[in-house]
Design a protein around this ligand. Structure first.
Ligand SMILES: C[S@@+](CC[C@H](N)C(=O)[O-])C[C@H]1O[C@@H](n2cnc3c(N)ncnc32)[C@H](O)[C@@H]1O
Length: 275
C-alpha cells in the first residue's frame, strides 16, 4: 500500500516537474546546469562507491537501536550490515548531488543528521575538504561502523556525534559557528523535522542550504515539506522528489518553489502537455 501511494505521488510529481527549458530563474538554471544535469565525475566517487559495494555485502551482524521513524529507541535489534546498507543509504545519484552542492556553493561548516554507515557523510566530506562535516547518529554500534569507513578512506574532516538528536543537536548548535549546509536524513516525522529546521535556522546565514531527504516518504513527510515551504525563511525551494532543498537567499524578492527533473528524464511531449 505504502509503495503504491509513493508511486502515485511520484507520477503526480513527475507530471508537474519542470525541466531547464521551462525555468526562467538564472539561479535555478545554474543549479540545474551545475548540480542536477552535471555529468562530471570526481575521484572520490569511485572510492566511495567501492566502499558502498563492500558494505552491501558485509555479512557481520550488529545490535542496533531501532529508532523506527521515531525519536525514541523502540527496541534493540540484531541486523546484518548489508541489510542496513540496503535500506538506509542515499542513492549514488543523490550522493553525487550532495557532493556537487557542497563543492559549488563552497560550504564549509556542514551538519548531517543521520550518519548510518557514513556513505553520504563521505561524499559531503570529500566535496569540502577544507570544511568540516559534523554528523549525528543515535546508535553507537552504527557509529563504529561509520568510523571504520571513514578510516578506510583516510578521511579526517568528519566529526561524529553519537546520541539521540533531541539531546545532541541543541548542545552542538550552542557551540558551532554558523552552518553553511545542513542535510537532515533521520527521524522522518513531521514534528521533529520542523523542530530541527527551526533550531538550525538560528545558526544559519543568508547562504545556508538545507537538504531534507525522503520528502514524499510518508504523509507526515509530505506535510513537513509543505510546512517547510510555507516557512517565512524558505525563500527558494527545489523539490527533486527524493530530496527537498531550501535556499534562504535574502536577495530573493518573492518566494519561489520549483519541482525539477533533468530534461533527459522527461520526454518532451510530457513537458509540452504539462505547460
Ligand atoms: C536514513 S539513515 C542515514 C543514511 C545516511 N545519511 C546515508 O545516506 O548514507 C538515518 C539514520 O538516522 C538515525 N536516527 C534516526 N532517528 C534518530 C534520532 N532521533 N536520533 C539519532 N539518530 C537517529 C538512524 O539510526 C539511522 O542510522
Amino acid at each position: 500500500m505504502k509503495r503504491l501511494s509513493l508511486l502515485w505521488r511520484y507520477i503526480k510529481w513527475f507530471w508537474q516537474a519542470k525541466t531547464k527549458y521551462q525555468i526562467h530563474s538564472p539561479f535555478v538554471f545554474t543549479f540545474i546546469k551545475d548540480i542536477l544535469e552535471d555529468k562530471r565525475t570526481y575521484y572520490a566517487f569511485k572510492y566511495i562507491e567501492k566502499l558502498r559495494k563492500l558494505v552491501l555485502s558485509d555479512a557481520r551482524k550488529v545490535q542496533v537501536n531501532d529508532f523506527g521513524a521515531g525519536s525514541y529507541i523502540e527496541k534493540q535489534k540484531e541486523r546484518k550490515v548489508s541489510g542496513i546498507a540496503k535500506t538506509s543509504l542515499t542513492s549514488p545519484l543523490f550522493c553525487r548531488m550532495l557532493f556537487k552542492m557542497v563543492n559549488s556553493y563552497q560550504s564549509r561548516n556542514i551538519l548531517e543528521m543521520g550518519t548510518s554507515l557514513g556513505i553520504s557523510t563521505l561524499y559531503l566530506a570529500h566535496a569540502g575538504k577544507k570544511g568540516q562535516v559534523n554528523t549525528m547518529e543515535g546508535c553507537p554500534n552504527i557509529t563504529n561502523l561509520a568510523q571504520e569507513n571513514f578510516d578506510r578512506l583516510e578521511t579526517t574532516n568528519i566529526k561524529v556525534i553519537t546520541g539521540e538528536f533531541d539531546k545532541t543537536l541543541p548542545s552542538f548548535l550552542d557551540k558551532t559557528e554558523p552552518l553553511d549546509f545542513v542535510f537532515i536524513d533521520g527521524n522522518h516525522r513531521y514534528e521533529p523535522t520542523i523542530r530541527y529546521y527551526e533550531w538550525c535556522l538560528k545558526k544559519s546565514h543568508e547562504n545556508t542550504i538545507f537538504v531534507f531527504d525522503d520528502i514524499y516518504w510518508s504523509d507526515e513527510m509530505v506535510q513537513a515539506w509543505e510546512a517547510i515551504k510555507e516557512h517565512p525563511s524558505s525563500l527558494l525551494t527545489i523539490d527533486l522528489f527524493f530530496m527537498g532543498i531550501v535556499f534562504l537567499r535574502k536577495e530573493q524578492k518573492i518566494k519561489e518553489h520549483f519541482k525539477l527533473v533533468p530534461a533527459s528524464w522527461k520526454p518532451w511531449v510530457l513537458g509540452f502537455l504539462s505547460n
